[in-house]
Structure formats: C-alpha cells, structure tokens
Design a protein. Structure first.
Length: 82
C-alpha cells in the first residue's frame, strides 16, 4: 500500500537529534538575557516607530473631540424657547 509518512524518503549520512518538548525550557534566561535585549531593540527603533504612533494618537484624539462636539446641541438655538 505504499510507504508510511515517516518512511517517505531514505536519507543517508545525516544524523538528527531531537529533544522532547517536556525537556525544553520555554523561557530560559528571559529576565537576564531577553528583557535587556528587548529594551536595547526598542531604544534603537523608537525614533522610527514613535513619531507615527504619536501622530496617529493626536489625529485620533482630535477626531474623537470633534465628533463629541458635533453631537452636542447648540445652546444659542434654544435661547427664546419657553
């Protein structure tokens, strides 16, 4: 009936090693190595990423304030109403 999935190809002279997922550590040395590396990368890219996000925040804030102001009624339209 053909070859099974693990025996589709025969490769010679290649040695493979595997490590069980239960023996691996998911976050080895994250606090001592990973976090300082994250800070270093952020400091290197802050001037490339920061200005667009700041501009987007200013535009978003302005549009939200304008939208809320447009929903309010004009008090001058109701001065003579009783």
């Amino acid at each position: 009936m053909g070859k099974t999935f693990g025996q589709l190809a025969y490769i010679r002279h290649i040695i493979t090693f595997t490590l069980s997922p239960f023996e691996q550590r998911a976050f080895p040395n994250f606090i001592s190595d990973g976090f300082p590396n994250l800070v270093r990368r952020l400091r290197g890219q802050i001037f490339r990423i920061g200005p667009p996000f700041a501009l987007l925040y200013v535009v978003y804030d302005w549009t939200e304030k304008t939208h809320k102001a447009s929903l309010r009624k004009n008090p001058e339209d109701y001065i003579n109403d009783e």
